[in-house]
Design a binder for this molecule. Structure first.
Ligand code: GLY
Length: 393
């Protein structure tokens, strides 16, 4: 086993971290009830934005996780959180009705932690309606030729004819929509996409491509390329983490045994390329001694994936991945988590959204800052360690 001497987070630390997280979320409601957090902080502080970016669902998800925590403690602040969550659901319903910035595949990131969560937790009918509309929107991006959901951009352009590994987290919305409506079309598309994605984005050594192109005429797999990784052939840390969580969810919904095996290999590659403190640099190409920023959000995402996968594993395997998850969370809690609200209005420092390199195609922003999904998945992982959590995905 790797990292044998790394300590694991204790129950008391989980409790402390969740309490601080929920209190921080409550403090933020003043600025972020009718507004949303920007995708990343600047100098440690998020600015408010309208509900018009792919990341806004994470903030609402933090509100729901905090609501669950406070409610479990019989804390009256739970009521304030519930009301804020409902106000945000109104915004998500309006967004999908008016089709504001929804021409991309991130309907799951937007609508699962916000509206599906609100429906599951408090029976929000508006949340249900919004999330079903979002699932309808998501399946408009499905290419029957090629059998995948296109990530970004107009549907008829060859430069857009690709999927990205992150999309595995968008698919639970489709499974949920089939369950809710009784219409299997959502699930059928999700299943096709999962198969195409896993068959192509995972390389022979179990590192991962961030994005993968297909031939527009035949739908045949064409080539992998990066957008946010360091270079095409490297493993973008968050892509690998999306792969870990994505495989766990793929197994949850398809029950295909081979996905457990792939999960183990993808996790192994990730773990073997971590620095000593188990929090990756932004690309797994880099390790201790490299002067590069970290992506702490990847650690929380990987921990959530491991904590999900162990539900379907025998105790021996489960113990291994539970331990890795707890070790990663300990490292985040000790060294990366915000502990003083005067220094940041976020939860976890040292994340990287988009780091431009000479070999990639992304813009440069949100480097070595908090980011919204980093905060959300940190709270999700803590919640998973705190109780038997009914997932929003
Ligand atoms: N899904 C985009 C990202 O992880 O940055």
């Amino acid at each position: 086993m790797l990292f044998e001497n790394m300590p694991a987070i204790t129950g008391e630390e989980v409790e402390n971290a969740l309490r601080f997280g929920a209190e921080q979320v409550v403090r933020n409601l003043t600025d972020f009830t009718y507004k949303f957090q920007k995708a990343y902080s600047e100098g440690g502080f998020y600015r408010p934005i309208d509900n018009n970016y792919w990341t806004t669902g994470f903030w609402t998800g933090e509100i729901w996780l905090s609501y669950e925590y406070m409610k479990g403690k019989d804390n009256p602040l739970a009521e304030q959180l519930r009301k804020a969550g409902e106000i945000q659901i109104d915004s998500f319903l309006e967004r999908i009705e008016q089709k504001i910035e929804v021409d991309h595949h991130d309907m799951g990131f937007l609508y699962s932690p916000s509206c599906v969560a609100g429906y599951k937790l408090i029976g929000s009918t508006k949340g249900r309606e919004a999330a079903i509309r979002a699932a309808d929107q998501l399946i408009t991006r499905y290419h029957p030729v090629g059998e995948f959901i296109q990530a970004w951009g107009p549907m008829d352009a060859p430069e857009n004819y690709r999927l990205i590994i992150d999309c595995l987290l968008n698919l639970p919305l489709l499974y949920w929509a089939s369950e809710e409506t009784g219409d299997t079309k959502y699930r059928d598309i999700a299943e096709k996409h999962i198969h195409t994605a896993i068959a192509n984005v995972i390389r022979e050594d179990y590192s991962t491509w961030h994005t993968f192109f297909f031939d527009m005429k035949t739908g045949a797999p064409d080539h992998g390329a990066t957008c946010q990784g360091y270079r095409d052939g490297s493993a973008w840390a968050r892509g690998q983490a999306w792969g870990i969580y994505g495989c766990a969810l793929a197994y949850k919904y398809t029950k295909r045994k081979e996905y457990i095996d792939i999960f183990k290999h993808v996790s192994q590659y990730y773990l073997e390329h971590l620095p000593k403190d188990m929090v990756p640099f932004w690309d797994l190409e880099f390790t201790d001694g490299d002067d590069q920023p970290r992506d702490s959000s990847s650690a929380s995402i990987a921990a959530c994936g491991m904590l999900e996968m162990i539900k379907s594993m025998g105790e021996e395997d489960a113990a291994v991945y539970r331990r890795y998850a707890k070790q990663m969370m300990k490292s985040l809690y000790d060294t990366y988590a915000v502990k003083d609200a005067d220094l940041s209005n976020g939860l976890v420092l040292h994340s990287t959204y988009s780091n431009h390199s000479p070999y990639n195609t992304c813009n440069h922003y949100g480097v070595d800052e908090c980011n919204s999904w980093g905060d959300y998945f940190y709270m999700e992982a803590l919640t998973r360690l705190h109780k038997d959590w009914k997932l929003y995905w």
